[in-house]
Design a protein around this ligand. Sequence first.
Ligand SMILES: Cc1cc2nc3c(=O)[nH]c(=O)nc-3n(C[C@H](O)[C@H](O)[C@H](O)COP(=O)(O)O)c2cc1C
Length: 392
Amino acid sequence: MTDLFSPYALKGVTLRNRIVMSPMTMYNSVDGRMDDYHTMYLGARAAGGFGLVFPEQVAITPDGRTTTSCAGLWSDEQVEGHARVTAMIRRMGAVPGIQLGHTGRKGSELPPHKGVNEQGSWKALPPDHPDGWTCVAPDAIPYGGDHSYPVHPLTVAEIADLHRSYADAARRALDAGYQWLEMHFAHGYLAASFFSPLANQRTDEYGGSVRNRARFLLEALDAVREVWPEEYPLTMRLGVDDLHPDGIRLEDSIEAIGWMKEHGLDLADVSIGFNTDDMVEPPLGDRGFMLERAARIKREVDIPVATSWNLGVPQNAAAAIASGAIDLAFLGRPALSNPHWPVWAARELGHEDPFGLVPADWAWWLRNFRGHDASIGLPAPSAPAPDLRAAG
Ligand SMILES: Cc1cc2nc3c(=O)[nH]c(=O)nc-3n(C[C@H](O)[C@H](O)[C@H](O)COP(=O)(O)O)c2cc1C
């Protein structure tokens, strides 16, 4: 039975535990740069005990951002801000990971905290807005809803340029000190839209069969594999299911992940396609709803897997790891709301030394300075430690 707090080794990298801060777009960059803001919030999560810490999806080109306030790595000038972030994450004992991506049809937006439409959807900006642009896509099919402005279907030459941009950004990521690279192939962004029949109806070698729809993804992976060292994990977040009868099917994803494994993929982080708002009964409110799909991929492709989605109750994350369904638990919103989620979870789960997860100097004080047990800043464990063996 594998413990959530046991180290995890992949290639030449060992994480101190299996708790990952999932990539989350923060809308706090100027000219795509990371600054003190990013060093602060990512450093805090590393100090809070997360084993692997991702900043947000980092754009490979300016038009690959969600908004003009999002981070990128399309220029050498952006490396320094990232290097400060990775140095802080490492100093706090975690491994810095980067998620590289391009937003495709879902770019040119207003930050959500500055405006959503009446349906609660992210608000797209028209191409002629000072903070907007024409989105690129596999085909001339806009995402729809608020994102109904015309999109530019990529030519084969433009696709090749983008693959070079992936490789250039990966090279910069290495210079910046990242030790884990995840390709963002989910959530309706460019790669996800190439993989989805809902967005991609091309008739050339990038459209049609599963193999053709996976081509953009495989070529991006190859381009990055060329420059990313073998000793560092190269992983991907794939939207394995569009939850729509005409969209990406799990069976297609299983096939594609098999090819990606042959192309040097080290782990699959399993997520949703999000290529349409028109999903059939999306289980977004259910605990751990991607676990079953992730476990199936692990079984059928024989590749390490991770997933996020509603694993924030410590017993759920621990059981998912204990059962062997996933190798790593990604936490998004729980990491936002509680930088010390791993310490809290350790107390909830009866870990013998929860404060061993924070930097050694704080740990010393938290373990040794006499005081009132209930005044340590964390709630007392809510119940006796669970026996997770049943989950196995
Ligand atoms: C504010 C916010 C920003 C996000 N941005 C990204 C992103 O940049 N890349 C990505 O792959 N997922 C992104 N996500 C999704 C999370 O990484 C995670 O997969 C999702 O929130 C489900 O995990 P949770 O239930 O633990 O929150 C974002 C989620 C939130 C809440």
